[in-house]
Design a protein around this ligand. Structure first.
Ligand code: FMN
Length: 193
């Protein structure tokens, strides 16, 4: 059975293949450069996400493996994330602009999350793998990229080709092969009149 089959969501109703087949790997190929066309398409998909009042409060830092920027993002990751995400061909910081004309953007994080979701779906449709991370030092990212008070990092997305799961360290292999689970809709749909 292929690794993609292992991770394909067992859904109770049909959903798009790309949604069922996306999963967050921690085993990236440390050699293959990022597919530039696919990365461009993923960023373009994020650009076309909806946002409150079309404010588009998302901002991206894109860093390819081998660059000082990639190394700076890796250094800002929390311990376990740092152990695997550095292999990813690209790391993308999803940040938000926090205000427009001095007015706070109430939906900025929500909108950035939608952009991230669009990014992941397009990336997977184009053959890239992704893994979002909240475990990183926001201050370190702000320092590394000269973020002012108007920019806040929300997540870091690891992006790249799938690595060799069989060659991965045991701790990663175990997590990688764990089944993907979700709460039942009966729990999350609180009313369905
Ligand atoms: C906002 C956010 C933060 C996350 N932070 C981390 C993280 O720091 N480290 C990690 O290994 N996974 C992280 N994840 C990945 C989730 O654990 C993963 O998406 C979830 O377990 C569901 O698995 P799936 O994406 O394979 O369906 C994060 C995901 C999101 C959306």
């Amino acid at each position: 059975m292929s690794i993609t089959t292992v991770h394909t969501a067992q859904t109770d109703a049909p959903i798009l293949d790309v949604l069922a087949e996306r999963w967050s790997t921690r085993v990236f190929d440390a050699e293959t450069p990022v597919d530039e066309e696919a990365l461009h398409s993923a960023l373009e998909a994020a650009r076309w996400a909806p946002s409150a009042n079309n404010t588009q409060p998302w901002r991206f830092v894109v860093a390819r493996r081998g660059s000082a920027e990639h190394a700076a993002i890796v250094a800002a990751l929390m311990g376990f994330n740092r152990s695997w995400a550095g292999d990813a061909a690209a790391l993308v910081v999803f940040a938000t602009t926090t205000s427009v004309d001095g007015k706070p953007l109430a939906w900025a994080s929500y909108d950035a999350g939608q952009a991230a979701a669009y990014f992941t779906i397009q990336a997977h449709a184009s053959g890239l793998h992704t893994h979002q991370m909240g475990g990183f030092d926001r201050e370190a990212i702000a320092r590394a990229f000269g973020f002012g008070a108007d920019l806040a990092a929300v997540t870091v997305m690891a992006v790249g080709a799938l690595g060799d799961i069989d060659a991965a360290p045991e701790a990663l292999r175990e997590r990688e092969l764990a089944p993907r689970t979700r709460l039942p809709l009966e729990t999350t749909v609180v009313a369905n009149a």
